[in-house]
Design a protein around this ligand. Structure first.
Ligand code: NAD
Length: 256
C-alpha cells in the first residue's frame, strides 16, 4: 500500500477510480490490468461492445475490480453521459487514461475527407471530450491524473499517416496546455508516446513494413503492451505527483 507523501494528497491506490478508454484490447487492456492489480477500480470503456465483457471478466478473475462501459469517445454526448454516470455511481474519478485510438492510413494526396475526420475525431477530439467531462470531479477533489496516449510518430513524422500523426501531435499540444491549466489544482496531465508495439493495430501491417520498423529500434524488438502499461501506471501513481506536461517516450530507442 502506498502511504501519503509530502506534496501529494493521494493516500493510496485502493478505491481510486480510473477510466481507461479503448480498454477492451491491446495497450488499454494492459493498462486496465496493471491499475486493477494495484487495487484501482477500473472502468473498461470501449466502443467494441463484444470485447468489453471479456476484458472485465479477465480482470475480475485475477482479483481486480472492473466496470464495463460502452463508450464512443468521438461522440461528445455519449462521453458526457458515460463519464457522468461513472462519477455519479462511484462518487469520484481519480485517473483518466485517454487511450482509444484508430488509424486510417494512406498518402495525403489521396486521403479521403472521412479518413482524415475519423482519425482526428477519435484520437484528438475524443481526448478533448473525455478530459472536459472528467476535469470537474478532479478539480473538486483537488487531485487527479490524466494520461494521454500519443505516439513516436508525433515526433518523427511518418509517410502515409498524416491524419494519425496530426492527431497525435495535437494530443501532445493538448497535454501541455491542459497541464498548465490544471497545475494549480494539483492535477497532472502527461502523455506517453509508444513506439512500435505488438497489438492488433500493428499486426495488420505488411511484413515488409514491420521489418523496416524493427530495424529502426535500437533495443531490437517490438514493444509489449505491458511496456506501455508500466509507464502509464507510474504516471498515475502517487509517486509521480511532481511530473506534469511531459511526454514519456517508451519506444526501445526509436526516438531519442
Ligand atoms: N500499437 C502501437 O504500436 C502504438 C504505437 C503508438 C501509439 N499507439 C496508441 O496506443 C493506443 C492503443 O493502441 P493499441 O495498439 O492498443 O490499439 P488497438 O487497435 O489494439 O486498440 C484500440 C482500442 O480502442 C478502441 N476504440 C476505437 N475507437 C474507439 C472509440 N471511438 N471509442 C472508444 N474506443 C474506441 C478499440 O475498440 C480498441 O479496443 C492508441 O491511442 C494508439 O494510437 C499504439
Amino acid at each position: 500500500m502506498v502511504r501519503k507523501q509530502q506534496g501529494d494528497t493521494v493516500l493510496d491506490w485502493n478505491n481510486q477510480v480510473a477510466i481507461i478508454t479503448g480498454a477492451a484490447q491491446g495497450i488499454g487492456k494492459a493498462i486496465a490490468q496493471e491499475l486493477a492489480a494495484s487495487g484501482v477500480i477500473v472502468v473498461v470503456a470501449d466502443i467494441a461492445e463484444g470485447k468489453i465483457g471479456a476484458a472485465v471478466s479477465e480482470i475480475m478473475e485475477s482479483g481486480g475490480r472492473a466496470i464495463p462501459l460502452r463508450l464512443d469517445v468521438s461522440d461528445p454526448a455519449h462521453v458526457e453521459n458515460g463519464i457522468r454516470k461513472v462519477i455519479d455511481e462511484q462518487g469520484r474519478l481519480d485517473i483518466l487514461v485517454n487511450n482509444a485510438g484508430i488509424t486510417r492510413d494512406g498518402l495525403l494526396m489521396r486521403m479521403k475527407d472521412e479518413d482524415w475526420k475519423a482519425v482526428l475525431d477519435v484520437n484528438l477530439a475524443g481526448t478533448f471530450y473525455c478530459c472536459r467531462e472528467a476535469i470537474p470531479a478532479m478539480i473538486k477533489a483537488r487531485r487527479g491524473r490524466i494520461i494521454n496516449l500519443a505516439s513516436v510518430v508525433a515526433q518523427l513524422g511518418n509517410a502515409g499517416q498524416a491524419n494519425y500523426v496530426a492527431s497525435k501531435a495535437g494530443i501532445i499540444g493538448l497535454t501541455k496546455a491542459l497541464a498548465r491549466e490544471l497545475a494549480g489544482r494539483q492535477i497532472t496531465v502527461n502523455a506517453v508516446a509508444p513506439g512500435f508495439i505488438d497489438t492488433e493495430m500493428t499486426r495488420i501491417l505488411p511484413d515488409s513494413a514491420r521489418e523496416k520498423l524493427l530495424s529502426a529500434i535500437p533495443l531490437g524488438r517490438m514493444g509489449l503492451d505491458k511496456d506501455i502499461a508500466h509507464a502509464v501506471k507510474f504516471l498515475a501513481s502517487p509517486q509521480a505527483g511532481y511530473i506534469t506536461g511531459q511526454v514519456i517516450n517508451v519506444n526501445g530507442g526509436m526516438y531519442m
